[in-house]
Ligand binder design. Sequence first.
Ligand SMILES: Nc1ncnc2c1ncn2[C@@H]1O[C@H](COP(=O)(O)OP(=O)(O)OP(=O)(O)O)[C@@H](O)[C@H]1O
Ligand SMILES: [Mg+2]
Length: 395
Amino acid sequence: MDPVRNPYAPGAGQRPPELAGRDAELAQFHVVLERISSGRPERSLILTGLRGVGKTVLLNQLRSAAIGRGWGTAKFEARPEQSVRRPISSALHMAVRELAGRHRDPERIEEFLGVLKAFALRDSAGGRLRDRWQPGIDVPAMHGRADSGDIEIDLVELLADASAVARDVGVGIALFVDEMQDLGADDVSAICAACHELSQAGAPLIVVGAGLPHLPALLSSSKSYSERLFRYMRIDRLDRAAADLALRAPADREGVDFTTAALDALYAAADGYPYFVQAYGKVTWDAAATSPITASDVAVARPAAESELAVGFFGSRYERATPAEREYLRAMADLSEQGAPVATAGVATMLGRRPASLSPARDTLIKKGLVYSAERGSIAFTVPHFGRYLRSQPS
Ligand SMILES: Nc1ncnc2c1ncn2[C@@H]1O[C@H](COP(=O)(O)OP(=O)(O)OP(=O)(O)O)[C@@H](O)[C@H]1O
Ligand SMILES: [Mg+2]
């Protein structure tokens, strides 16, 4: 089929041609927006799931929904070893700019920007950041609000002021945080505290986080009340109907169809993981000569799709591991079945090492986002089918 018209979109955060199987999440978010807009209490939201299941894409979609409702929206991606001050400041700056045109009192906006600037310029040690960094806000920084240097106090004040601006306009603010598991411990606890305070005050502000499956555990170890503070949504593989829709709807718009046997073969290959659905769909489209696409087109395309995944999806991640970490990953692969968590003690036995001597490798693998600790004493891949990939590689 014409590669120029190939609709599929494997990529990180790449908007899919058809957002399949997420209607329940979108509907639920709609309810949350309406409830907060009418002053009712609602919990903030946390989306969790493995690599490539579509967390970023869904986060962007929820953001569009909030924008469509007239809300101010802000989004940033957490990075390891990076404080949230600057990314949150830039994000909220955007959100409030979206609202400024509808606000009746420009002075209130200026006042907020002054607080925002003060917040942005405070560093974690409590001092002022050198003027090396310009937040691009051309009002003078305020004093005495959101600038104590204690991130928890400052964030509560900043978000309270931001939500007050939104309330003046009759809407709310949604703050989206991607890769939330990469936040530092102080920042996690500040965000939890801010959500806690604001929800008690009935402020129209919601945080929507996305991250790897251990994010809920991280939040509860930070603040014991976080289980009641957030609503957790597990973003999972697509079921058969949704995976078929993800393939067929975009093809249909190009006048192309699949045979049932082709869809069977594609589901067997992609296993419902959205990234894989896009990846196999893309290669299969290029391999097929005519519509409908058949199972033998899929069979022809499969090795090429697999080698693309081996390089781009799996290999690029494996490359980031050190030799000691690779040894750890390989032991996990030998022990794990279908990506299920394995006991860390089992990995140690397999490698003939004391468990404590493996902690550094395990911890850095967690920091790199390649594995996560499902529960105490167990460990799992964040990347679907990673075990299968490693087992297929020569050691
Ligand atoms: N609901 C969906 N239907 C069809 N395709 C989807 C869906 N969600 C995501 N995709 C596709 O899956 C791929 C991965 O999506 P995305 O980057 O959002 O995943 P992620 O969970 O954020 O991954 P990571 O943890 O690596 O950041 C993209 O190519 C996207 O187009
Ligand atoms: Mg993502």
